[in-house]
Design a protein around this ligand. Structure first.
Ligand SMILES: NS(O)(O)c1ccc(OCc2cn(-c3ccccc3)nn2)cc1
Ligand SMILES: [Zn+2]
Length: 258
């Protein structure tokens, strides 16, 4: 049976097939603002995305994912805590069964209803697949979602959900600009971590934005209409697809802001 988020295949069981689950730089973590150290040497994030690189939207059985053409540098991340240039590969979300949980990172124990991950890979390597297992291979920008007014930019994504309800469904998705999902203020925390799903590679420079974006409760409910299960199988709602915070193991969390 493959990994998932249930009692019999969820985060507490992943170590059985992925021993790195008990590693020294696992993600997510609880971010404690008072314990983060301000680093004046951290640069502002420089994110440039080209909507024409947007390819499709997919239900991969673990999340909803929007994939980008990464054969050029036109959608990329530079500066911030990283050196070099990282290309955008995909973005996806994690969310709860109710508005009181769903994010992977937490802030002083506070859970948000959802968390957006924008996944970038280091162009010192030849591809995402090669970069995904290297200590400096990936940079993931995390953005919290909080309950508020309807988010019109999220609406474009949600409209596609009915056509990708079940696992393995995908549909073309063009001209979406992921920068419309970024908060106005790009202050961030950064630390060395991992993929939050198997294979849990310790290859991620995490960049977690302090400021959340909003989603309405109705928009959050739309995420919960997606299914973990494939067409024809017993419908299994895609909810609680988040890993809980992992031990810090001596790591330092730096803040780009005072
Ligand atoms: N949630 S998260 O943003 O931390 C996040 C981001 C990206 C992830 O990729 C999983 C993955 C890696 N590979 C892979 C394929 C071929 C070679 C090497 C790796 N396939 N799927 C998982 C979690
Ligand atoms: Zn993720």
């Amino acid at each position: 049976m493959s990994w998932g988020y249930k009692a019999n295949n969820g985060p507490q069981k992943w170590v059985e097939n992925f021993p790195i689950a008990d590693g020294v730089r696992q993600s997510p973590i609880d971010i404690v603002p008072g314990q983060a150290s301000y680093d004046a040497g951290l640069k502002p994030l420089n994110l440039k995305y080209d909507p024409s690189t947007c390819l499709d939207i997919l239900n991969n059985g673990h999340s909803v994912q929007v994939t980008f053409a990464d054969d050029t540098d036109s959608s990329r991340l530079t500066d911030g805590p990283i050196s070099g240039l990282y290309r955008l590969k995909q973005f996806h979300f994690h969310w709860g069964a109710s508005d009181d949980k769903g994010s992977e990172h937490t802030v002083a124990g506070t859970k948000y209803p959802a968390e957006l991950h924008l996944v970038h890979w280091n162009t010192k390597y030849a591809s995402f697949s090669e970069a995904a297992s290297k200590p400096d291979g990936l940079a993931v920008v995390g953005v919290f979602l909080k309950i508020g007014g309807e988010n019109p930019n999220l609406q474009k994504l949600l409209k596609a959900f009915d056509t990708i309800k079940s696992k393995g469904k995908q549909t073309s998705f063009a001209n979406f600009d992921p920068s419309t999902l970024l908060p106005g203020c790009l202050d961030y925390w950064t630390y060395d971590g991992s993929l939050t799903t198997p294979p849990l590679y310790e290859s991620v420079t995490w960049i977690v934005c302090k400021e959340p974006i909003t989603a309405s409760s109705a928009q959050m409910a739309k995420f919960r209409t997606l299914l973990f299960s494939a067409d024809g199988a017993a419908p299994d709602c895609m909810v609680n697809n988040y890993r809980p915070p992992q031990p810090l193991k001596g790591r330092t969390v730096r803040a780009s802001f005072k």
